[in-house]
Design a protein around this ligand. Structure first.
Ligand code: UTP
Length: 756
């Protein structure tokens, strides 16, 4: 780490860091290093050095006549040496900061018993030492953003009378103000006018949260540039017929400098047209900057920023379905007034828990759209339902409302009255608790959530349906209500899906408490406020029952006996911890495999942790070619049904792996175990090759073979139970989440490599 920046850095939970100087948080050590080397940090460090040196050479002067010019003060202090600068208190003219040439001059000035200027006795003292504080430049709308900072939001929420009222307050706080809505309307009109010039007949249609009823102050402006009519205009202009209305397309199409002059909209590819859109935005729309075409996205877009308002937005040209689902979401918000507050609440909760939002796009979190659909699905499936299914709405739609968009049936009524009133009269407070309860144990990977049908479709039956051919199944399967082959949560990885579930579990538990249900009479936080505290609920220590990873018999490869399989898995576990994750791993001498010994018992835990838990000598065992020295078939292999190890983790090997993996040479990626070993080694290196004095984590792992009846293959499995000191529980949580995914995956690789 750059030495100079060290004092500015404060560690955060989960391996993150905060730079106090620049007021930014980063996820891990490598990012911190990047930040400390970066331009912004360097600039602020220099600025601080300059300010501090100025401070040490300056005096604070008062007592002079009001209106005394700076030059008079400067002349007076020149008698002691050179005066670099005089800064007057402009408002009142009662004090000045006089910057002197150097510290020697400062000493001279301060040692003078009395200073007089124009018959007035001056008070001259050293400048007060102030901590250098960086104040980021204020952007327009920042007053509103300030109001929306989590502390202010919490304060407002605590003032409400009950949870339902808190949810209404949340909507009022976050929805667009009149002026924000007006600004967006003006921008859309401006864009429309400019693009009409270049693409006569084109229409600029806003979609997404700006218009779907879930507007959040400062959210992106999503725009769809509909070029369908423009194509017709162009075709007819290239023939001889001139369109009757709109701006003169001929001008735009045939003038020398028209950017459209040699582009045929009908045959141009999406990237070609988007390059044009980017050029128009850059050159012709006033106040727009940071224009960038992102052509690799599922729906390619041109991103832009409106300078004055700091509003960010996207323009896409093949997103007619989004316009359609935007109207559909709008319909649902109009159908029942509880929809908006519930969605706002879940969205804010998910943002605070870092479960949704993907602020920089393309991440593993749920998109806001996906999260919104999940809440709507919940309202379709509660009993009695609050919202009708999409199939039901299609049946309600009239002839004029029939619509096929990009081949998908998007028919639904325009009028929300067709949704009918719901018989469900539950309060918002209960709905929210129920939402968390429903999803705390939901099988997101084992089925497909369908808003069209209003039910969880079983994976096997879904996979045999037509829509499934292009549907990317994953850890979270949520089908778009119209584009049935699109999994809107295809980007969500196993870790996020699991975290989502765990967060729902903690939230559901909290919602059963009085602290959630009743306003505090003692001024304590209550209701939604605690729910919204980042990581607070999730950070609760997992219980011993939850610290288990089960390895099913299906992992057993070849024709191994159960005993042999168990032995191989044990060897594999050891291999993954020691060789892949670079942990210290040693078998305990203690017979925890003995019948009746429970790893969950506190005495057992502490004994375990103290027994044989030594920092291993550095024996050059960090080979990057783990397979070269395995498998181990030494005498350590268990003959009993369980084996227990102690483990120490020295580096944050569970963080930032993907980024490092991406940086590795593709040749190095051929063997997954070797690749992962290399990733761990690089993480350790980045954190400093030497092991710290104390490991980050210590725990015990017990592998146990479980089979009531060995012919019952379904229930035969190996469980890996983890035990640790309670004070390590919170820190261990993230590592454990990582292991839940990583360990079985690596074991499979390991076992596969063992097959002769
Ligand atoms: P967002 O996920 O950004 O949702 O997708 P949002 O509701 O606009 O929320 P903000 O902007 O993050 O606050 C924007 C729109 O893109 C379409 C939907 O119309 C959505 O409202 N979309 C997004 C899809 O059609 N499919 C997707 O998988 C994702």
């Amino acid at each position: 780490m750059a030495e100079r920046g060290k004092d500015d850095v404060e560690p955060l939970p989960r391996g993150g860091f905060r730079c106090r100087l620049c007021r930014v948080a980063v996820a891990n050590k490598p990012s911190l290093e990047d930040h400390l080397r970066g331009k912004k940090h360097q600039r602020l460090e220099n600025l601080r050095t300059v300010r501090q040196s100025q401070e040490l050479r300056s005096v604070f002067v008062s007592g002079f006549r009001k209106g005394t010019p700076a030059s008079e003060l400067s002349d007076y202090f020149q008698t002691y040496g050179e005066v670099v600068n005089v800064v007057m208190d402009k408002e009142k003219g009662v004090y000045a900061i006089v910057e002197l040439q150097n510290k020697e001059m400062l000493k001279k000035v301060l040692s003078e018993p009395q200073h007089n200027l124009g018959g007035q006795k001056l008070r001259v003292k050293p400048r007060e030492k102030k901590d250098f504080k960086y104040n980021p430049p204020r952007k327009q709308g920042s007053a509103r953003q300030e109001q929306l900072n989590p502390e202010k939001v919490a304060q407002k929420l605590c003032e409400a009378d009950d949870v339902d009222a808190q949810m209404s307050v949340l909507v009022q706080l976050f929805e667009f103000s009149e002026s924000e809505r007006h600004l967006r309307d003006l921008l859309v009109t401006l864009f429309q006018e400019v693009f009409q010039e270049f693409f006569p007949g084109s229409v600029m249609i806003p979609f997404g949260s700006s218009v779907n009823g879930f507007d959040v102050s400062g959210c992106d402006l999503d725009l769809f540039l509909d070029l369908e009519k423009a194509k017709h205009f162009q075709a007819s202009a290239n023939g001889s017929s001139v369109p009757q209305d709109g701006a003169s397309p001929k001008l735009a199409l045939h003038s020398e400098d028209s950017i459209l002059s040699d582009v045929d909209l009908a045959s141009a590819t999406v990237p070609e047209v988007l390059e044009l859109v980017a050029a128009v935005l850059q050159k012709c729309v006033p106040g727009v900057h940071n224009v960038q075409a992102v052509l690799t996205a599922r729906r390619p877009v041109v991103k832009f920023c409106h300078k004055e308002s700091s509003l960010r937005g996207d323009i896409s040209i093949n997103n007619r379905l989004a316009v359609c689902n935007t109207r559909f979401l709008q319909l649902y918000t109009e159908a029942d007034e509880r929809v908006r507050p519930l969605v706002y609440t879940v969205r804010y909760w998910a943002k605070q828990q870092s479960l949704a939002g993907n602020p920089f796009g393309g991440g593993p979190l749920l998109t806001n759209y996906a999260l919104t659909l999940l809440v709507l699905y919940f309202l379709q499936t509660c009993s009695p339902p609050v919202l009708p299914t999409v199939v039901h709405l299609r049946e309600q739609s009239g002839d004029t409302e029939q619509a096929i968009v990009d081949g998908w049936d998007c028919s639904f009524p325009k009028d929300s009255a067709q949704c009918g009133p719901s018989r469900n009269k539950e309060s918002l407070c209960s709905f929210l608790a129920e939402f968390f309860h429903v999803f705390e144990d939901y099988d997101f990977a084992g089925g497909v959530i369908s808003l069209r049908e209003g039910q969880l479709l079983s994976l096997p039956s879904f996979l045999s349906s037509e829509a499934s051919s292009k549907f990317k199944t994953g850890s979270f399967n949520l089908q778009d209500p119209f584009e049935l082959s699109h999994n809107v949560t295809a980007n969500v990885n196993k870790k996020t899906a699991l975290r989502f579930q765990l967060c729902c579990r903690s939230a559901a538990k909290y919602c059963r408490s009085l602290q959630y249900q009743r306003k505090s009479t003692k001024g304590k936080i209550w209701g939604l406020v605690r729910l919204f505290q980042p990581g607070n609920l999730e950070a609760e220590a997992p219980t011993d029952k939850e610290l288990v990873i089960n390895l099913p018999l299906t992992m057993c490869q070849g024709k191994d006996s159960h005993q042999l399989w168990f032995q191989k898995v044990c060897a594999g576990v050891m291999f993954v911890f020691e060789d892949v994750l670079k942990c210290s791993f040693s078998e305990t001498q203690q017979g925890l495999g003995e019948e009746g010994a429970s790893i969950a018992e506190p005495e057992a835990k502490s004994e375990l942790l103290s027994s044989g838990f030594k920092r291993p000598l550095d024996n050059g065992d960090d080979s990057l070619s783990p397979l070269a020295k395995r498998p181990r078939n030494g005498p350590w292999l268990p003959i009993e049904k369980s084996v227990t190890w102690n483990c120490a983790v020295w580096h944050h090997v569970w963080l930032g792996r993907r980024r490092i993996r991406r940086q590795l040479d593709p040749i190095e990626k051929t063997n997954l175990l070797e690749l992962e070993a290399k990733v761990s080694a690089l993480i350790s290196q980045q954190e400093g090759e030497a092991r710290p004095a104390e490991p980050l984590l210590r725990f015990a792992v017990r592998a146990q073979f479980n089979a009531e009846d060995t012919s019952d293959e379904q229930n035969t499995h190996i469980s890996l139970s983890f035990a640790l000191d309670p004070e390590q529980a919170v820190a261990f949580k993230d590592f454990f989440h990582f292991l839940q995914n990583f360990l079985p995956q690596m074991l499979e690789q390991y076992l596969a490599a063992q097959i002769p």
